[in-house]
Design a protein around this ligand. Structure first.
Ligand code: SF4
Length: 474
């Protein structure tokens, strides 16, 4: 095996754009997802090292001295960070010209040729589901023989045939062994998850076809390919041993509840382990399943409601009905399942009226916390194609974040400008959070422990800085 470095490259300060983040930006409050998409191939390469530079607060100067210690470096990239990641690759290559550098991630899967031509420092890109592609490179196989790879021969880009998707997901080794070996779990914060938390995947792919959603359209596909419940439960048992301080486990599968009998079986196994856990879900989980999950340690569901407008749900092919979401939320409230709801401003069909409708809807169904994003047309998504065809793209698609890494609106409609979409986000947050009931809920939570009080105060300061510093970024 080649001596291999897996690197989440240094980027904007606080940039949560790496190998575990579904939309890549600096957050309203400091947050980091685990670099699971790097940890997975790292687990396949014995003796490798995973460095998550943004979460550790490392700069390029901190990373450069390592260049001579490795033969192969795998960098995870994203659309907004690609140019900066290419500069990191160039600095590593300048330090060690013998270092072979490969890029992975949705951006290079979709734009493999452009990415390779962008920088002399990128020797290859591993497209789509890249775990075993990277393993093959690290094991020294000639690039010409490796499926799923694009690389340069005498300056010309060669694309090998696609790699077949992984069908037996249990053949992937556990990421928690890499987390234990290389990461500091206290580095990872998510506002709505207890700290410290650990997140991982129990399967890949999502049955739904939401037009804006990046991963199922690029890496994971539209079949939910899953690990066996026994395998998942055994990994959580191992993680519990490794990290006794962890307060919560999070399953970051696109939609963990896409296979309900399996979700219930895993829940029962977790219940026996006595752990607290949370997961991504769609707002269509029936009461009976929610009850089984809640009785077995489920604390929180992360749910993409996106909008309160039925017409926009149709436009984005969400396959959901707002009344179903209302029923689901009523069930969650009844069972005491906490919900973090995510919404998007500026999806196709958005108007001033639908913005109002969505804010009203969010207040009505009342998730415990919310996250509001601006619609981003990532290359590789149907939304990107639609935006190009209709002339909605205001700027180059790489500019979906501003200099400091915060999101900006890249979509602009004839009837709704990017400035109006940008402004809607702040209005949404203020109208949702600055309500007596919501303030009382959060104050009550803070009164439960001094740790929580300190954390919420810090997040409150960051949140206000985010809101009041954003006018310049539009
Ligand atoms: S349900 Fe969620 S994960 Fe699945 S395609 Fe839609 S937004 Fe993406």
């Amino acid at each position: 095996m080649m001596k291999t470095l897996f690197l989440n490259p240094p980027s904007f300060e606080g940039f949560d754009g790496g190998a575990g983040s579904r939309y890549q930006a600096r957050r309203e409050i400091r947050s980091f997802w685990y670099p699971t998409w790097l940890a997975q191939p790292a687990a396949l390469v014995p003796g490798s090292k995973l460095i998550d530079a943004p979460a550790r607060g490392l700069s390029v100067n901190d990373i450069l001295p390592l260049a001579n210690n490795y033969e192969l470096a795998i960098l995870h990239t994203s659309t907004p960070s690609f140019e900066s990641d290419a500069k990191v690759a160039e600095a590593l290559k300048a330090k060690n010209p013998m270092l072979m550098i490969g890029f992975i991630g949705a951006h290079v899967a979709v734009q493999s040729e452009l990415s390779l031509k962008h920088s002399h420092a990128i020797d290859f890109v591993a497209r789509n589901e890249f775990d075993f592609t990277v393993h093959d490179v690290a094991s020294g196989r000639p690039l010409a023989e490796i499926d799923g790879i694009s690389y340069k021969v005498n300056g010309k880009v060669v694309h090998n045939r696609d790699r077949a998707m992984i069908e037996n997901m249990d053949q992937l080794p556990w990421v928690v062994d890499v987390y234990k070996r290389d990461l500091v779990i206290e580095d990872y914060f998510i506002g709505y998850l207890q700290h410290p938390y650990v997140s991982l995947y129990t399967g890949r792919g999502c049955k739904s076809r939401c037009t804006f959603c990046l991963w199922p359209q690029t890496i994971g596909g539209h079949r939910y390919r899953t690990r066996s419940p026994e395998n998942v439960i055994a990994e959580i048992a191992r993680a519990k041993e490794y990290f006794p301080k962890v307060k919560e486990f999070f399953f970051d599968d696109d939609t963990f509840t896409d296979d309900l009998p399996r979700a219930e079986e895993i829940a029962k196994g977790l219940g026996k382990l006595g752990v607290t856990w949370s997961c991504n879900a769609k707002a269509n989980v029936p009461y009976e399943s929610l009850k089984v999950m809640k009785e077995n340690g489920l604390r929180l569901l992360l749910v993409g409601f996106e909008t309160g407008s039925q017409q926009i749900l149709v436009n984005i092919k969400k396959g959901m009905h707002v009344d179903m979401a209302r029923r689901f939320m009523a069930d969650c409230h009844k069972l005491g399942v906490v919900v973090h709801g995510t919404f998007i401003m500026g999806l196709p069909g958005e108007t001033h009226d639908t913005i109002e409708e969505t804010i009203r809807f969010a207040k009505e169904i009342n998730p415990y916390t919310i996250q509001v994003s601006l619609a981003a047309a990532y290359p590789g998504t149907y939304l990107h194609k639609q935006a190009l065809e209709n002339g909605w793209l205001l700027r180059d698609s790489s500019h979906i974040v501003a200099q400091e890494g915060f999101q900006v609106s890249s979509l602009n409609y004839p009837h709704l400008s990017h400035e109006e979409i940008f402004a809607a986000l702040e209005k949404f947050y203020k109208r949702f959070y600055f309500r007596p009931n919501k303030i009382a809920e959060i104050t009550f939570e803070m009164m439960q422990s001094w740790e929580m009080t300190k954390r919420r105060l810090r997040e409150g300061v960051e949140f206000f800085r985010f809101l009041y510093g954003r006018e310049d970024r539009v």
